[in-house]
Every structure is written in C-alpha cells, then in structure tokens.
Design a protein. Structure first.
Lengths: 272, 272
C-alpha cells in the first residue's frame, strides 16, 4: 500500500516527542530572508503542545515572543504544563538550539470548549470570490511560495515609486496552502503570521522588519474546523500605528462561508 | 515636611524587591466580585519588571494568562529575564501564593525605542468631551469605583429588560483614576482590563465571566507619556465573537489629544 507523503507544512512543523523536551527543525521550504518563517515556528510549537500526551482540549490562545535569530537546523522545545484546571490548561514553552540561549518563548491556553450562547459580532467582510482573482506571483522567500495569496484589496506594490503619503496598511486576501491542505489550528497559527509586514504596505517599500510578539486566539475548535472542511481562509490585516521602531498588526482569518476562525495581533520591529 | 501618601493605585500595585522573587499583595480597593481586579494584577506584574534592576527600555508588550483564582493577600512574583538583546528584553513571570500552584503567568517584552519614521494609521475616534458627560454611577465592585467612567457610546444597561437580539459590543468611554493620577505604562496596563465584559454588552445582562489571557502593546514610551501629561484616556472596546464559552475583546486607549497610547486584546470565559 502506498502511503501518501506528508504535506510540506506537516513536514516543516514536525516534532519528535520527548518527556518535557521536544525536538523540531527549521525547514528550507518555509524560510524567510534571514531565518525561518515565524508562522512555521509558531505552528511547530503548537504542534508540540497538541501532540503532548498531557494535552487536553483545543488551543484557545497562543502567544509567541521571538527573542533571537533561529539558525537553520534542529531546535529543542522545553514544554511545561504550568497549571491545569478542570477545563483549561496553561503551557509555557522555550525554544533553544544546541543548549544555547532562548530563541523564542511561548505561552498557550488550551480549553475544553463547552457549548454556550454563540454570536458572531463581527461581520464577514465583502470579498470577490477566490476563483476570480489571480494568484500573487512567487517571490524570493520560500515560505511565501508555500501559500497561494489572492489579494482582494491592498495588493502589495513594493518597490514601485515611493509614496508621498503613507499608504493604507489594510490588506484582504485569500490564503491557502499552495498544495491544498485542510485548515486546522496549526495552519491557522501559521497563517496568522503569513501577512506581509504592514510597514511594507504603509511605506510602499520593503524595509528591515521582524515580528517580536505574536498572539492568536482560536474561535473554532477541532469539531468546528472539521465541519468547515476548507482549505483556504479570507485573511484581513491592518495596522494602527508605527512609532519609534515598532508597529502593530491586527488580523482576522475567516472561513469562505463567513465564520470567524481566528483573530491575531502582533508587534513588530522595523527600520525606516 | 509632609510627604504625600501614595495614590491608591500605586499602593494597590506596590511590590517589594527580591532577587528573582518579588512580593505583591491584592488590594481591597481594587477588588472584583470573586478576586482581585485583573488589571491591578497585570499592573503589579509590570511594576515588578519596571522596578527590576536589570530592566532596560520601556514596556513594549505584556501578556498575562490568568490560571487560577487569586486569594486575598500576599503573592510572590518569580521574575526571570529569559533573554536580553542589544535593544530588547524578554521576561517571564509566574505569580504564586504560599508556594502553591501558579495563579498567573506572564511574558513581557521591553525595548529601547529609537526614533524612526512615525505614522498613526488609525484615526482618533470622535467623542463628546469628558466635561459634557456624566460619570457612570458607582457599582458594587470596588475596583470600578477607583475609576471614573464617562460613556460616550455603549452605556452599560445591564439588568434592564433582556434584549431580543444581541446588542452591540462596542463601547467608548473616558477613563481616568477617580483620584487623578498621571497616565503611565502601569495605568495603561490596568485600564486595558478596565472595560466591562463585552458579553455583558452583547447580552444586556451580567453573566459569569473571567479574563483568561490579556495582551497589551504600548505605543508610547516614558518620554512620550511625560509629554502627554494626561490623567485620562479615551477607551474604545469591541468584540468579534462569542462561541463555546469564550469570547474576545479588542481595545484601544487614546490620549485626549488623539494619540494612540496602547492597544489591547483579551480572550475571556463566559457562562451563558
């Protein structure tokens, strides 16, 4: 019997179990200019938690703080269940390489999500259908080529004539894995960081940029995601401010049917 | 010479230095129905970091995960500088009481903020001036009475006739300390959690509610805040979704002059 090889994303975010120390590795398929794609690192951390034998419930929130450059190769994940309650778990994770200093740290909350009153306050943003939009061309960073971006609004136009006034930082695009893969918490985590830097949109040019802290909230559990059965999301991102070398980003990931799956925010360094 | 007694808020968020273990205590002045006001706890954690001899730079982000009920009385803060770079610091904090299980954990980033291109993408939301609005009446929870809330929009109307359809979760209000106190990073941190639960607004009633994870980004450093020299902020909060016992909140804190000082987001448990 032929077994299907794993999806590139699953290969890139693979972990090997340990007792409290798990192992992962950077992936050349999900490489950014000077280090691994942060979304893949965050998803790898999430996978180590989801696969952990003591884990119960679904991911509710994950915060990853990127501390130092992560080099190509293997890394260790020190995973600790700090506190477990009846229906929630609080985790702390540190990523190190070769026993050296911490490259990333993360806190996560998992929860058994019980049925309740349910209401989506936010409205699904209008968007041209996926099929009617041309894919964004491939670029140099390998990670971006593992995704298909189809921009509804805020098409990147970096390197064109520099803008006189700051541009809009809003972008709205369909994102799916280039090799289709069913959307799960892992891909939502990675896609939370799959927006281009907001500063690039505001400035109309590429500048040195790096995510410092990334937080994602999950609004759909494994049952909800299975019911959606989708391979792409409508991703909306915007920024509030750029000031003294740091700027923020807010984002939302929607199912094509109009369900809010995750919200995300990050603060990032830039040089401009 | 008479020395001025400390502001209630400074007393409530007081810490005593230790080497890696700091001490704080809950405050009856900032008490919520079943535990300390989360904003005061978060501000106490932030104060332990700001006062730490190894701290350099200004707070950039703070994430606090509330793990377990915190009892009235003293608590310990285990404070650890996980990684320091040339211009950023990454901290991890655990709050315990009497050597028992962790009640809250937090990660923080501090940064030396260098001047850069600066642009505020978000627009200052229109609001009636503070002076034209009547203060929100005092309520049972002591913490809320340490603040003066003046609602521009989304006046709480809990306990009125239950709504047929979900209400708006948006609220916009002026918040200042009831005993005026100059806005600093500590008060911004506390005010990040000084919104009433979004679920109360959406449902038009009070229901069991608790913040699980709270993240705040600071968009003004100590110099910026000193220049503002203000004692209140315009606070805007909204929610995207309530689903399977958890709902989110997004918020922004603005200076009266229209400067975005902090953005915040949280995920909270509710029973409804």
């Amino acid at each position: 019997m032929l077994t299907k090889p794993p999806h590139l994303f699953d290969d890139a975010t693979r972990v090997t179990a340990g007792d409290s120390r798990w192992r992962g590795q950077t992936s050349d398929d999900y490489w950014a200019f000077i280090g691994p794609f942060g979304g893949a690192t965050a998803a790898t951390i999430l996978r180590a938690l989801i696969d952990h034998p003591e884990r119960s419930g679904d991911p509710l929130s994950l915060t990853v703080n990127f501390c130092a450059p992560i080099a190509r190769g293997a890394f260790d994940l020190d995973v600790r269940l700090v506190k477990a309650n009846r229906s929630t778990q609080h985790w702390y994770v540190e990523l190190t390489q070769g026993g050296a200093e911490v490259g990333a740290l993360a806190t996560a909350v998992f929860a058994e999500r019980r049925s309740s009153w349910s209401h989506q306050q936010a409205e699904f943003p209008p968007a041209r259908p996926f099929e009617q939009i041309r894919p964004f061309p491939r670029i140099k960073a390998s990670w971006a080529n593992q995704y298909e971006f189809r921009f509804v609004e805020g098409d990147p136009d970096f390197g064109a004539a520099k803008k006189d006034a700051p541009g809009s930082a809003l972008s709205k695009c369909w994102i799916g894995d280039r090799v289709p893969r069913k959307i799960d918490a892992l891909s939502l985590m990675a896609m939370s960081d799959a927006f281009f830097g907001r500063i690039f949109h505001a400035r109309g040019e590429l500048v040195p940029f790096g995510t410092v802290s990334l937080t994602t909230y999950f609004h759909a559990d494994v049952t909800d995601l299975a019911a959606e059965d989708i391979s792409r999301v409508l991703a909306v991102a915007d920024a509030n401010i750029f000031h003294k070398s740091y700027g923020d980003q807010t984002g939302a990931l929607w199912s094509p049917g109009g369900r809010l799956l995750a919200t995300t925010t990050q603060i990032a360094y830039f040089k401009a």
